[in-house]
Design a protein around this ligand. Structure first.
Ligand SMILES: Cc1ncc(COP(=O)(O)O)c(C=O)c1O
Length: 389
């Protein structure tokens, strides 16, 4: 078994690029997606083969872009647990409510998945230094994996980001720049650094491999549901990469014949203080317009305009999904309910997904008896200051 990596393909114009050369956006400006030889992958990626593989995200080797898996940059990315929330589920009227709990990953968030694959592949392609903007958690994860890889990391984040994220970056030896603004302002600084110093641009969706790491959430979910995918998957969308990744993963599994053609309905949750994708979805538009004065305690989803918004929206339309915004008050309330009923200290972004499940059940958009998965993208421990205040 080896990677079935084939080529890179533009998500808009389908132009084809060599996967073994450094590539960022397509000439048309859209993100590139990784494509695999799925016929080849199907020969070795079988249920039986998986039974004897290590319980980490690397078990899906054929659908990951590393040419040499043994040289991967890893901090031990165990498969994350799928936890049934019986008590919260009963209160919400969703008996089969599950949380995919990403808090157990290195650096405490699902960002480790994208960083593990993104940094591994950057190293494989000979990258020595990268720059990236972040709302905090991604920067912390990429800094940690860069340290492990011996690659220089230049991270730019809003001054309002979690303090722990700054500490994580400096602890990992990254060069940290704070910007008095939002993630888009951080992105402009990164663009300058990339142009001036020739750093590898590791901005969300400007390199094609982070999404491949995040997609392993979808691969794990399918396997954890014994290849009978759930009815609904609810995701806290900032850049939306995790949702795009899970959607891509399930299509790949369909092509491999590992799951049936039925897709879960994908739901993108945003905060009322920053909901560009929700507004676009309500208007049935294919792209979002930039959000003014974005603000929410769920920092990870404070993204006024996502480069991959059209891919998120396409996944919602295709699967009969939905997008909705919840208030900070609502998500903080739900966060403490989940803590008190289930013993799980989930992050505000994760809490937003539970708040969304509650609303969608009240509106009967989720039917009784449906199997619903919410994604807790990280540990609440990082946010103790937010919760206190
Ligand atoms: C905890 C947490 N949840 C969700 C997100 C949003 O991730 P995505 O870019 O995949 O939408 C982030 C991004 O910073 C995050 O840190």
């Amino acid at each position: 078994m080896t990677s079935a990596l084939s080529h890179l393909e533009c998500s808009k114009c389908a132009a084809r690029y060599d996967a073994d050369a450094i590539a960022h956006l397509c000439a048309c400006g859209a993100p590139l997606l990784v494509r695999y030889d799925l016929e080849r992958a199907a020969r070795t990626l079988t249920r039986e083969a998986l039974a004897s593989r290590e319980p980490t995200m690397w078990r899906y080797e054929e659908l990951l872009p590393l040419r040499e898996l043994t040289k991967r940059v890893s901090l031990h990315e165990q498969m994350t647990p799928l936890v049934r929330m019986r008590r919260v589920g009963r209160e919400l009227g969703i008996e089969a409510l599950f949380v995919k709990d990403e808090s157990t990953l290195p650096t405490g968030t699902f960002k480790a998945r994208g960083a593990a694959v993104g940094v591994s592949r950057a190293k494989e392609l000979g990258v020595r230094a990268f720059a990236m903007p972040t709302n905090g958690n991604a920067g912390a994860a990429w800094a940690a994996y860069a340290a492990r890889a011996g690659i220089e990391a230049h991270v730019v984040m809003p001054v309002s980001a979690l303090e722990i994220n700054r500490v994580e970056c400096t602890m990992a030896g990254a060069q940290l720049t704070l910007v008095n603004g939002l993630i888009g302002d951080a992105g402009q600084i990164v663009a300058r650094e990339v142009a001036e110093h020739g750093f590898y641009d590791a901005s969300t969706l400007k390199e094609p491999y982070r999404i491949e790491g995040k997609k392993t959430m979808g691969l794990e979910l399918a396997e954890q549901f014994d290849w009978n995918v759930p009815d609904v998957i609810i995701y806290p969308a900032g850049g939306g990469v995790g949702l795009i990744g899970m959607h891509k993963a399930l299509h790949e599994l369909q092509a491999l014949g590992l799951i049936a053609d039925r897709m879960p309905r994908f739901v993108a949750v945003q905060a009322e203080g920053c909901a560009p994708i929700v507004e676009a979805w309500k208007a049935r538009r294919s792209e979002s317009t930039p959000w003014n004065n974005a603000q929410t305690v769920a920092f990870g989803i404070n993204v006024p305009k996502a480069l991959g918004d059209f891919l998120v929206l396409a996944a919602l339309y295709e699967t009969g999904g939905a997008a909705l915004a919840v208030s900070d008050r609502e998500l903080l309330e739900v966060q403490s309910v989940v803590g008190a009923r289930e013993g799980l200290f989930i992050c505000p972004e994760g809490a937003a997904t539970v708040a969304a499940a509650k609303r969608l059940r009240e509106q009967c958009w989720i039917a009784a008896g449906e199997r619903v998965v919410v994604i807790n993208t990280g540990t609440g421990l990082k946010y103790s200051g937010v919760v206190r205040s």
